[in-house]
Design a binder for this molecule. Structure first.
Ligand code: AMP
Ligand code: GLY
Length: 449
């Protein structure tokens, strides 16, 4: 692990990204007395109020590196998957900037689901049964062979621009999805290979751990509500909300995290940053669905909300390979994030709608996701527009505060689209899990490989 020293005070930090996750990261960094100035590229209307927004896109690696040199940036944090998998960290490091995150090579678990599956097999990490295909006819044949009444999951290997994982119990829809990737090439190179995976049933838990290559320290376990509709129905979205602590981070689940870190270290994939392990809790035990080598969205909005340790200190400990030496303190409260989307989401949305009612959000924190600043005020710049984050002594109190705050928000004059059951179990969860929501939120887990 390279030694990356950052100054003790007066830090200039560059956060790369423009969503609710990045607004949450900016907020957490801004709480540090060590920080002088935060720059956010390109940022949104929310980060504009707390950081200096920089009009450079997340994939403009040369321009970002040149900016970091010019502005003497001390530390960079990269939010979204694409620049992480694409190697922005390498570019910024080559420019002499300390960066929290993996190099392109270290981010292979983020960029390739086929690699991730093989990695899990090599290290005995439990996951769903799965086969991958680059030939459509072979994929269609396997689809018929692997078909089960509960349905199937179709994924593409790489990072697609759109939500590309299909969970379906309609075989024709599964076939059409395979054709979209392998025949019509709708996902470009990301769809060169398609994975056909058994459909697992059960609640999910997102484990976000700080890592330094050898050690891990867990943030409160969170749950992302992926599906569009209440009860966990409807198509998958990029996330309609999240809460923490979520039940399910049992010793068996934490063993999976430990094994993942060991495997990464053994294969030279350790890095200073965040490892996100998406786990599905089946009746037969935990199964890893995915790895991300970065903060999750919207999990970050809840897990950083109660972080009491200075985030800059945590990042520095990761960069210096001494994460094991620091204590990760959390407020022990429950945190809920409700995504307020354009009323037309997930259909086609027209950007530029006025976002109003923001000043009346009491008892909650408002994070911006897809918004843009204009002289006339913030406007929507995409489908998932705002994140309402609230906390409480228990989950119900946090939920009540978040939903009370949502009432005033308008997008293009209309109430936003949102799920009313963020923080509650999906229709099928009760069968799998006993209620262990009262597990402590602090002292969550840590390990060394
Ligand atoms: P991924 O594209 O791997 O991040 O998966 C996105 C979402 O699809 C997950 O968060 C799950 O909700 C769902 N999913 C993925 N794989 C499976 C599976 N094997 N069984 C059931 N649901 C899945
Ligand atoms: N919440 C899932 C992700 O960030 O990929």
């Amino acid at each position: 692990m390279p030694e990356c020293s950052i100054p003790t005070h007066g830090l200039k930090i560059l956060v790369v990204g423009q969503g609710g996750r990045e607004h949450a990261i900016v907020r957490a960094l801004a709480r540090s007395p060590r920080v002088a100035r935060i720059h956010c590229a390109p940022g949104n209307a929310g980060t504009a109020a707390e950081a200096l927004n920089v009009p450079i896109g997340v994939m403009e690696f040369e321009a970002l590196a040149a900016y970091a040199i010019r502005e003497r940036i001390d530390l960079a944090v990269v939010g979204p998957a694409d620049p992480v998998a694409g190697g922005l960290v390498d570019h910024l490091r080559a420019a002499g900037v300390a960066v929290f995150g993996p190099t392109r090579e270290q981010a292979v678990l983020e960029g390739s689901k086929v690699f991730s599956k093989a990695f899990m097999r090599r290290h005995g990490i439990p996951t769903a049964r799965c086969e991958s295909f680059s030939d459509a006819d072979a994929a269609f044949a396997y689809l018929d062979e692997a078909w089960r009444p509960e349905g199937i999951v179709i994924k593409v290997d790489g990072l697609a621009d759109v939500q590309s994982t299909l969970v379906t119990s309609d075989r024709d829809e599964a076939r059409a999805e395979i054709a979209r990737a392998l025949v019509e090439r709708r996902y470009g190179e990301a769809g060169d290979r398609v994975l056909i995976e058994e459909r697992l049933i059960g609640p999910e838990v997102s484990l976000l751990a700080f890592v330094d290559g050898r050690s891990w320290k867990l943030l409160p376990p969170a749950r992302d509500h992926k599906q569009l509709l209440e009860g966990g129905f409807g198509p998958n979205t990029e996330g309609m909300g999240a809460f923490c602590p979520a039940p399910g981070a049992t010793p068996e689940v934490l063993a999976v995290l430990d094994a993942s870190l060991r495997g990464m270290r053994a294969e030279g994939l350790g890095y200073p940053g965040v490892l996100f392990v998406g786990v599905l809790l089946t009746a037969a035990g935990p199964r890893v669905l995915e790895y991300n080598c970065r903060f999750g969205d919207p999990e970050t909005q809840v897990t950083l909300n109660g972080l009491q340790t200075d985030l800059v200190d945590v990042i520095q400990a990761c960069l210096e390979g001494r994460l094991a030496d620091i204590e990760l303190a959390h407020d022990g409260r429950h945190h809920v994030c409700v995504v307020a989307a354009d009323p037309d989401y997930p259909g086609e949305v027209s950007p530029g709608k006025a976002v109003t009612g923001l000043d009346d959000v009491a008892g909650a924190t408002l994070l911006h996701a897809q918004t843009r600043e204009t002289p006339a005020g913030p406007v929507a710049a995409g489908g998932r527009v705002l994140n309402v984050v609230a906390s409480g002594e228990n989950l119900e109190a946090a939920r009540a505060a978040a939903y009370a705050a949502l009432g005033s928000l308008r997008i293009g004059g209309e109430p936003p689209r949102f799920r009313r059951d963020v923080g509650q179990a999906n229709a099928w969860d009760a069968r799998i899990l006993t209620a262990d929501v009262d597990q402590p939120a602090a002292g969550l887990g840590a390990g060394q490989t």
